[in-house]
Design a protein around this ligand. Structure first.
Ligand code: AKB
Length: 318
């Protein structure tokens, strides 16, 4: 990776991946793009406004900067996708298809995150294997499975260097996620500090895989830097760091804020999505093929999240 293009840089992953990659590969070598102007990212390094569905515009940016690696982060998430499945398909698959086609024409490696959402109710729930039944019941999941297969097809048919991980719910303290089923695991920290209470939209006892953003960023770079001869899989690797229910996360917060209270106003769409996803992934292939190992667990993450969110909310008051 020498000249990197990030498509959809203004979202939850991109807003942290851009500075992380700029720190490793040099500011001028990481071009951030988003459909909206992103003040922070554009002040710190190269930035272009780009609608990922506009293939000509994407290609012009790839040529202008001599890009050799594309990170396609554009996606409507699971809960938003269910409100407008046609739009989710158009955006999620359109951005991927443009990235793959331009990657093929310009010989770029392409990274696109997949998700635990690629699995469905017929997949094994516990220690969900790397290679197993994948019959998602959300449009988000349908896009993710199709995207995995399409990316593998481009690797096999055109020799394109496509790689991907199946991310769990990502927890971060910089940019809020939007429209995901796992969003509760971020919102809970903000509300714990703001109001000492949180109303959760996901049932108390549903397990889902989660990961703290520093691990997620490291996983992306480690996979993209991995020796290709060691990779038996490409799209997409199971990765996880922890698995918990809303009640377990609330209990973890209560260890630090004993008065914290949580009640439930379950959203039926999120409930049905959450229940259709795995309880816990088996990420042994990622561990074996490229050395994946998480560094954050629920306890260290909760310490860090509470400190970082408290600092951020304090700064916002000034
Ligand atoms: C979502 O909840 O939709 C995402 C995901 C797990 O892919 N955070």
């Amino acid at each position: 990776m020498k000249k990197i293009l990030i498509v959809g840089a203004g979202g939850q992953i991109g807003s942290e991946l851009v500075p992380y990659l700029r720190g490793i590969y040099g500011t001028d070598n990481v071009v951030a793009t988003d459909v909206r102007e992103c003040t922070g990212l554009s002040e710190e390094g190269p930035f272009e406004t780009l609608d990922a569905l506009d293939g000509k515009a994407m290609e012009a940016i790839v040529s202008k900067y001599g890009i050799d690696t594309i990170f396609n982060l554009v996606a409507l998430l699971s809960a938003t996708g269910e409100r407008n499945p046609q739009l989710a398909w158009k955006i999620n698959m359109g951005a991927l298809m443009n990235s793959l086609e331009i990657g093929r024409e310009h010989n770029c490696a392409v990274f696109t995150p997949s998700s635990i959402g690629a699995f469905g109710p017929t997949s094994p729930k516990d220690m969900t294997p790397q290679d197993t039944v994948m019959q998602p019941t959300t449009i988000y999941g349908v896009c993710k499975v199709t995207g995995e297969m399409l990316s593998n097809y481009y690797a096999q048919r055109y020799g394109l260097d496509t790689r991907s991980v199946r991310f769990p719910g990502l927890i971060s303290n910089k940019t809020l996620p939007g429209g995901g089923t796992t969003d509760y695991a971020v919102e809970i920290y903000y509300e714990a500090i703001r109001n000492g209470r949180y109303t959760c939209a996901v049932p108390s006892d549903v397990y889902m895989d989660m990961m703290y953003m520093p691990d997620a960023l490291r996983s992306i770079v480690e996979l993209m830097e991995a020796d290709p001869t060691k990779l038996k899989h490409r799209n997409s690797f199971n990765v996880t760091a922890m698995s918990f229910t809303p009640e377990i996360l609330a209990a973890e917060i209560r260890k630090r804020i004993p008065s914290f209270e949580m009640d439930y106003d379950v959203d039926p769409v999120k409930e049905s999505i959450a229940k259709s996803w795995p309880n816990k992934l088996d990420d042994s292939c990622a561990r074996e093929e490229w050395g994946w190992k998480p560094q954050w667990d629920i306890s260290s993450m909760t310490d860090d999240m509470l400190a970082a969110v408290a600092k951020k909310l304090e700064a916002e008051k000034k």
